[in-house]
Design a protein around this ligand. Sequence first.
Ligand code: BT5
Length: 309
Amino acid sequence: MLRTTKGVLACLEEAQGGFIPAQDLCEKTRISARQLADELTVLRRLGHAIEADPILGYRLARPQVDFDVQQLRQRLASCCIGREIIALPSTTSTNDVAFQLSQNGRSEGVVVFAETQSAGRGRLGRAWVSPNGRGLWFSVLLRPRMPTARLTVAAAVALTRVVAGQARIKWPNDIVVNDRKLAGILTEARGEIVVLGIGLNVYADAPWPAQAISLEELLGERPDRTELAARVLMELDRCYSQAAQDFDGLLEEWATRCVTLGKQIELQIGGRRLVGLAYALDENGALIVRRDNGQTERVYGADVTLVHG
Ligand code: BT5
């Protein structure tokens, strides 16, 4: 988000639902009336409901309460993942918040949701588009006793179980429907802490990037975000346990839903290219790639780009 866009949003938020005259907004953010109109268009596209009044000016409408945290807490009371749920109106990246919480000694299973992220991220410094209230953007704080890449596998299986139908896993961390991305997984480790970040596009009315799809578009009806969050977290809880106790079983399920296995793929690993057959996933969650000369190589998704496959 541009500095001026952020400035306009901050002014509207400060007014706490009250109107601010257009002239005041322009003065505070040092922009022209024309620029203000542009910034308001951008904010609306990002999902912020901004009301306009010809005399009073602009205000941020109260957010629609279609995400009921209390209900979610009740539904997840007996799960490890979701034993504590924090819901923020906005933040930079929920993965950052989860890491901060880990430094305060928070236990495993804490989940941080944000309605929007100003610096949502993917792998290798890529950005993750997180329009306000249009998806589920959340991170889970874990202290796992298993290889980190297994968590990405657990998350991918959990998401496909919930979405079902045509949703497929594209190694390493995408959930796709006919090559359009519905969800992304970002697993980051720092010491013994692993933060599992998930972004799932829910509503259709948002400025999604090209090649993205929302669940509403896929299903043809508007999902309930609270219900969806409950189902995803419960399934994640199950898959997390399964990843520790029966990773082979989880892998089998993963393989039946994966579109990458058995294909000739091309990977970018730092400055190096690797071409070969996506053969299998090993017990650590690494992809075994078999080159034409028969040699195999194990690669982890975190620092790899799938160029073709
Ligand atoms: C990912 O990275 O797919 C991981 C995305 C994880 C997002 C969650 S949201 C909660 C938590 N907090 C964070 O800050 N992140 C996590 P990667 O494989 O690098 O894919 C990134 C690419 O996906 C971008 O370069 C775009 O091409 C595309 N993209 C960005 N936003 C998208 C969206 N909303 N839907 C579909 N594709 C998107």
